[in-house]
Write a protein that binds this ligand. Structure first.
Ligand code: ADP
Ligand code: MG
Length: 263
């Protein structure tokens, strides 16, 4: 049964989408069965996976408004070895349509339950705000993975995010846990980075991944080719860092994938 991980941070530009696409590809490279769910109307995770967000027949909009099932919406990303539940601007309309529905916070969870056993990991890429789409992601998730840049205001943002997690625990999802904190665009030559990094470890202890993601131009270039860095430049520092993260995650969860079948 898949572990469902929402990749979230209310701040934009911290590397949520980059983490989703590259972690999905890296977990797939370790033979885990992975589904990437794009819950951001910008559709960056969709495009970054090489799927034309405006060319898909069905998307997250059809899923959340009950026009299609998860199995019907999911497409394989042949290049990278994971499956994708694509999104585009229509997702904003789904949010509006859901507003007056009973159980609106739980739509995604119910949809993902129907395919959960097909995967070891489900990663959900969240939009950079606390809207109904994010609440749906946090309601469906077992855990949150928080990418963050080690800069001064990051800690403030993190406090706000922990507050959100608490509110979600008190309302729609009492079982929500923190999966881990991922330091992105990491520059160890910067003393502020090291300061913030130290404070993070003090507060979150071993929830902070040992793997750090360096600032690496290949990670920024790869999406324009619709590829994870692993398929664009396998030897790049970015690709190697995300492989290390996948390894660390898999080890944390035990050597076997959570849903792996014994053979
Ligand atoms: P978010 O989804 O949180 O808004 P993105 O993953 O889209 O953030 O990243 C924001 C921008 O920074 C993108 O242009 C992306 O290509 C770039 N980027 C993300 N991570 C890195 C990195 N480690 N090194 C260099 N550029 C990065
Ligand atoms: Mg994004």
């Amino acid at each position: 049964m898949a572990r469902i991980i929402a990749v979230t941070n209310q701040k934009g530009g911290v590397g949520k989408t980059t983490t989703c696409v590259n972690l999905a590809a890296s977990l797939a490279a370790t033979k885990r069965r992975v589904l990437l769910v794009d819950m951001d109307p910008q559709g960056n995770a969709t495009m970054g996976s090489g799927v034309d967000k405006n060319g898909v027949d069905l998307s997250g909009y059809d899923l959340l408004t009950k026009r299609a099932s998860a199995a019907e919406v999911i497409v394989p990303v042949e290049n990278a070895g994971f499956d994708l539940l694509p999104a585009n601007g229509d997702l904003t309309a789904a949010e509006v349509e859901l507003m007056n529905e009973i159980g609106r916070e739980h739509r995604l969870r119910l949809c993902l339950n129907t395919v959960r056993e097909n995967y070891d990991y489900v990663l959900i890429d969240c939009p950079p705000s606390l809207n109904l789409l994010t609440v749906n992601a946090l309601s469906a998730a077992d855990t949150v993975l928080i990418p963050m840049q080690c800069e001064y205001y990051a800690l403030e943002g993190l406090a706000a995010l922990m507050n959100t997690v608490e509110q979600i625990q008190e309302t729609v999802n009492p079982n929500l846990q923190v999966e881990g904190i991922l330091r992105t665009m990491y520059d160890p030559r910067n003393s502020l980075t090291l300061d913030v990094s130290g404070q993070l470890s003090e507060y979150f202890g071993d929830k902070v991944y040992k793997a750090v993601i360096p600032r690496n131009v290949r990670l920024a270039e790869a999406p324009s080719y619709g590829l994870p860095a692993l398929k664009y430049d396998r030897a790049s520092k970015g690709a190697v860092a995300y492989l290390a993260l996948a390894g660390e995650m898999v080890r944390r969860h035990g050597s076997k994938a959570p849903g792996a079948v014994a053979v």
